[in-house]
Design a protein around this ligand. Structure first.
Ligand code: NAD
Ligand code: UDP
Ligand code: UDP
Length: 320
């Protein structure tokens, strides 16, 4: 390829929701992509379209175990992401974040590769600061049922910064906020997939509480663009850097939009608000705007349309 350096790039968790979009994005940019995944929450169907691509390679492997590959860049995404999934085997969740990070950082150290970590807004825990800036240290319960995820991701960040200081490993840490799009899991209890599946089945839409709590939803393509921009940024831009969409919607507004776009006849029903459900979550993306010249461009209405089309496909094939 003229005027372009083809890189060898490892994507862990590449058969998952975000990872499969990232693999496609990197293949389209002309790179060689190695996807490593143990299929804990990932799915072969997510990488079906690229599985025959001449520059794509899949390795079934658990990143808590060492792996030796020669690569230029590593995107470390492997980790179950929703409470239903990460609480199935909490010890394995911590191992994936911590042992997985150590192995991937060891690989980066040996090969000199740049390494990106998919961290999360959950490192802020139940935040005492709105919106959350990267300088906020968070408020996490270290012994609760969410700790395997939150503390695992916090420890992974610690490891990234210690490898950076101790071994000069080139690191990029993104703190990802709520993201939606095609290939998100239909059964993981998240609000966007719940509402779309309920609407397509003509079932009532379940609003927890009054539905006046707010969230901000980033469409997957916008997020993946942010990943690539962060990876390509100068080495002093290590992060942590928030990536998400700062436009807030109430959960009731989301429900009404899903009903409108699906044309469903669903009614809204109220269910009890889960304990400790945050009233508001919104990223402060000033750093990403300044350092990466990045901000989301796809409005909720447009992104929901594409996501609904994906779930309609699953429904028609009897996979929902
Ligand atoms: P996902 O569950 O779809 O993808 C995770 C992938 O990692 C799956 O394919 C799974 O099989 C794989 N995996 C899990 N444990 C593994 C292990 N030990 N070894 C190898 N592979 C393993 O989730 P996602 O939404 O695509 O999330 C990707 C990453 O982004 C995760 O690290 C998650 O914590 C982070 N993140 C996602 C969001 C979001 O809104 N989706 C928000 C914040 C952070
Ligand atoms: N590692 C790996 N692939 C590599 C290099 C290292 O999986 O290409 C693992 C290795 O098994 C080790 C971990 O990464 O357990 C950390 O490596 P590092 O070199 O930092 O530490 P050490 O090997 O000295 O414990
Ligand atoms: N929610 C809802 N109905 C559902 C699922 C979720 O009203 O069927 C609400 C939930 O209480 C929360 C918001 O939607 O206020 C976002 O929930 P999700 O689990 O998707 O993400 P998080 O709470 O981690 O932001």
């Amino acid at each position: 390829m003229r005027g372009h350096k083809r890189k060898h790039i490892l994507v862990t968790g590449g058969a998952g929701f975000l990872g499969s979009h990232l693999c496609e994005r990197l293949l389209n940019a002309g790179h060689e992509v190695i996807c490593v995944d143990n299929f804990f929450t990932g799915d072969r169907d997510n990488i079906l379209a690229i599985s025959g691509h001449p520059r794509f390679e899949f390795i079934r492997h658990d990143i808590t175990l060492p792996i030796y590959l020669e690569v230029d860049e590593i995107y470390n995404l492997a980790c179950p992401a929703s409470p239903i999934h990460y609480q199935l085997d909490p010890v394995q969740t911590t191992k994936t974040s911590v042992h997985g990070a150590i192995n991937m950082l060891g690989l980066a150290k040996r090969t000199g590769a740049k390494i990106f970590q998919a961290s999360t807004s959950e490192v802020y825990g139940d935040p005492a600061m709105h919106p959350q800036q990267e300088s906020y240290w968070g408020n996490v319960n270290p012994i609760g049922p969410r700790a395997c995820y939150d503390e695992g991701k916090r420890c992974a960040e610690t490891l990234f910064f210690d490898y950076n200081r101790q071994h000069k490993t080139r690191i990029r840490v993104a703190r990802i906020f709520n993201t939606y799009g095609p290939r998100m899991h239909p059964n993981d209890g998240r609000v966007v997939s719940n509402f779309i599946v309920q609407a397509l089945r003509g079932e009532p839409i379940t609003l927890f509480g009054e539905g006046q709590q707010t969230r901000s939803f980033c469409y997957v393509d916008d997020l993946i663009e942010g990943f690539v921009k962060l990876m390509d940024a100068p080495d002093d831009v290590t992060g942590p850097i928030n990536l998400g969409n700062p436009v807030e919607f109430t959960i009731q507004q989301l429900a009404e939009l899903v009903i409108e776009l699906t044309g469903a006849g669903s009614i809204l029903v109220h269910k009890p608000l889960p304990q400790d459900d945050p009233r508001q979550r919104k990223p402060d993306i000033t750093l990403a705007q300044q350092h990466l010249n990045w901000q989301p461009t796809i409005p909720l209405r447009e992104g929901l349309g594409k996501t609904i089309a994906y779930f309609e496909g699953l429904l028609q094939r009897g996979e929902l």
